[in-house]
Design a protein around this ligand. Structure first.
Ligand SMILES: Nc1nc2c(ncn2[C@@H]2O[C@H](COP(=O)(O)OP(=O)(O)OP(=O)(O)O)[C@@H](O)[C@H]2O)c(=O)[nH]1
Ligand SMILES: [Mg+2]
Length: 313
């Protein structure tokens, strides 16, 4: 059988229900995994980790123009390092702009991306189903000469959702599970084609917490003066503490709970935090920290944290 799934790009097959790409018969256009994700939101056993290196290598061998999507909660070093590894002409796209709090202007975020991460290419801000966003993308496609357009970026950034916004029937499978799209999937337009691609996966915090954070309304910054004896607990699992009285602002979605605790806790690791830093908890949100301090963490791994100069200087 020589056909790929219209939802995720995986090669279709009729031999084994247990393997990816299964369809009951050759007329079907969507694999069983996509069917279950779309109709039942059934994520059980659907996660398939893709190797970001393989995706980057594959696209770097192709010719075309890349839109690189990173959603606002994932503007951490690991996401940016993926971007830097793409050698095609490209633009950086901050997606899910509906999540961005009003106090942070796009100009401020742009300046921050240029100064902190040295992004030299154009930076766009987009949101699914928004005419202005689609126009920005279309204008960019038309202002350059490549016919192969690639939608690349971190997993869950909304690549397939944006591409669906150009289509009539929401053909591509979208979900809050990482690596929903499994392979390169070409969508033809009149004068060019856009490839949806598998998201670049990084090891973030627990999947449960990630599910709670994805697509759940605007981010509401909350500022605390945090005393050294207090522990800040996120969603009953992630714990942080600082060695000095400090002003700390949490940027995360509202559905994630935040509580202060005043009991003795043990912590897994510590980090030195320079004054005016952002501490990203990858995929979940970030803290803006005012004064220099030592921060203790528990309930997550060191690789889940990324420390960069703050937006708010
Ligand atoms: N708030 C908000 N959520 C969005 C937006 N676009 C997509 N989402 C949500 O983000 C999640 C991931 O969307 P996808 O389009 O599947 O993301 P993707 O980049 O294709 O993900 P992979 O295929 O896994 O790499 C879904 O729950 C979407 O509903 C947006 O503009 N705003
Ligand atoms: Mg996708």
């Amino acid at each position: 059988m020589n056909k790929i799934c219209r939802g995720c790009g995986v090669k279709l097959q009729t031999e084994s229900k247990e393997k990816l790409g299964y369809v009951k018969n050759e007329e079907m256009d969507y694999c069983m995994r996509c069917f279950r994700l779309i109709h039942y939101h059934d994520y059980e056993n659907a996660f398939v980790e893709k190797n970001p290196k393989e995706i980057i290598e594959k696209v770097n061998k192709m010719k075309g123009f890349a839109f690189f999507f990173v959603d606002f909660l994932n503007l951490h070093e690991e996401a940016i390092s993926f971007y830097k590894e793409i050698y095609l002409p490209k633009v950086f796209v901050v997606s899910k702009l509906d999540l961005i709090p009003k106090e942070l202007s796009f100009e401020k975020i742009k300046t921050w991306l240029k100064e902190v991460y040295h992004i030299e290419e154009d930076i766009l801000f987009v949101q699914e189903k928004k005419m202005e966003s689609l126009k920005k993308i279309m204008d960019k496609i038309q202002s350059q000469k490549e016919k192969n357009i690639f939608f690349l970026g971190v997993t869950n950034a909304g690549k397939s959702s944006i591409l669906n916004s150009f289509l009539e029937n929401n053909d591509l499978t979208v979900s809050s599970m990482p690596n929903t799209t499994l392979d390169f999937l070409k969508v033809d337009f009149d004068d060019f084609c856009i490839y949806d691609t598998p998201g670049l996966y990084y090891h973030g915090v627990s999947d449960d917490l990630l599910q709670k954070s994805i697509g759940k309304g605007m981010i509401h910054p909350i500022t605390y003066p945090l005393k050294p004896e207090a522990t800040l607990v996120i969603e009953h699992t992630l714990k942080i503490k600082m060695n000095v009285l400090n002003n700390i602002t949490w940027y995360g979605v509202k559905s994630i709970s935040l509580e202060k605790e005043y009991k003795e806790n043990t912590f897994a690791f510590q980090k030195e935090i320079p004054a005016n830093s952002c501490v990203f908890v990858k995929g979940i949100g970030f803290f803006a920290i005012k004064d220099e301090c030592i921060m203790s963490f528990d309930g997550l791994q060191e690789e889940n944290i990324s420390i960069v100069p703050s937006f708010r200087r």
